[in-house]
Ligand binder design. Structure first.
Ligand SMILES: N[C@@H](CCC(=O)N[C@@H](CS)C(=O)NCC(=O)O)C(=O)O
Length: 290
């Protein structure tokens, strides 16, 4: 049996900063700011502090969809928070999100300004503010919120569970990879069965539930997330794949995915967005499916 398999937890856990996993340098067992720095504030009432991870693009997809619908009040500045450099631990960011995770939003159109953190809360806040992408009729609204909260509760098994052990842990461990693969396959089956007779998660209407689920489970079917497509046999989830491709075709989704993106092809990146015209400087090739 290897040493890794025979680990016995000590009586009291202590922090081993050198645990070797990818991103180990940004993980700490305490919260709060590590350095003093105020956040930049742009010209629009809505100020987003984010990065184009799956949780980050939920917010930028919704903002771009709102603008495409004609809501001028949804104009926003998107400032880059580089979580690999510890930007989420600046004093300014911690004031907007004491949990030090992107995305985080400030709405300066109200006095006093409002802070919103947690991607699900940001989706709900903006959908309510602009009365869009959230059904008003009670049963559709409940269905939409059920799927939105499903994603918020289930996503960490995909990111923090499966993704961490499959792609980021310092060595491959059979037990956690099996444990989380089983759960992710179960989740994919839930989504696939639900979409068998529906265009979107809440029926005919495209809502914030789709915007929350797509960056994780939709993109997973394109094999770009953790490159786990073959391992999880993602193409066997045909209804989910059909839905994922359809959403990927939306121009607001393509724009939303580019915002605060600092990796991939240069034409797919827009490090900061301060104006709708910022996209024109990029050739804006379509991102995934690859
Ligand atoms: N539940 C949160 C999760 C956000 C989250 O985990 N953000 C990650 C990037 S996807 C992050 O900021 N990580 C930085 C860190 O852990 O220090 C949400 O949905 O907003």
């Amino acid at each position: 049996m290897s040493n890794e398999d025979s680990y016995t937890p000590p009586k009291v856990w202590t922090w081993d900063a050198e645990n070797g996993g990818k991103f180990a340098n940004i993980n700490r067992p305490v919260s709060g700011a590590t350095h003093e720095k105020i956040l930049p504030v742009g010209k629009h009432p809505l100020q987003l502090y984010s990065l184009a991870t799956p949780n980050g693009v939920k917010a930028t997809i919704l903002l771009e969809e709102l603008l495409e619908l004609g809501h001028e009040g949804a104009e926003y500045d998107a400032h880059l928070i580089d979580i690999t450099e510890g930007d989420q631990f600046s004093s300014g960011f911690v004031e907007v999100n004491p949990n030090s995770k992107i995305p985080a939003l400030m709405d300066h159109s109200l006095k006093p300004s409002i802070r919103v953190f947690e991607s699900g809360a940001i989706l709900l806040y903006l959908a309510e503010k602009f009365s869009s992408f959230l059904p008003s009729e009670i049963s559709s609204r409940s269905e939409c919120l059920s799927w939105l909260f499903w994603q918020m509760g289930s996503g960490p098994y995909l990111g923090g569970g499966f993704g961490h052990f499959y792609a980021y842990a310092p060595y491959k461990m059979e037990y956690p990879i099996n444990r989380f693969s089983m759960e992710i396959k179960r989740q994919l089956d839930v989504l696939d069965k639900h979409l068998a007779d529906k265009q979107y998660f809440c029926g005919d209407e495209y809502t914030i539930a789709d915007m929350a689920i797509w960056p994780w489970y939709g993109v997973l079917t394109f094999n770009t997330l953790y490159e786990a497509g073959e391992f999880l046999d993602v193409l066997s989830y045909k209804h989910l794949y059909r839905w994922a491709r359809e959403i990927n075709e939306r121009s607001a989704v393509q724009r939303g995915r580019m915002v605060n993106r600092t990796w991939g092809d240069a034409s797919e990146q827009l490090h900061e967005r301060h104006d709708a015209g910022d996209f024109d400087t990029n050739t804006q090739d379509k991102i995934a499916p690859e």
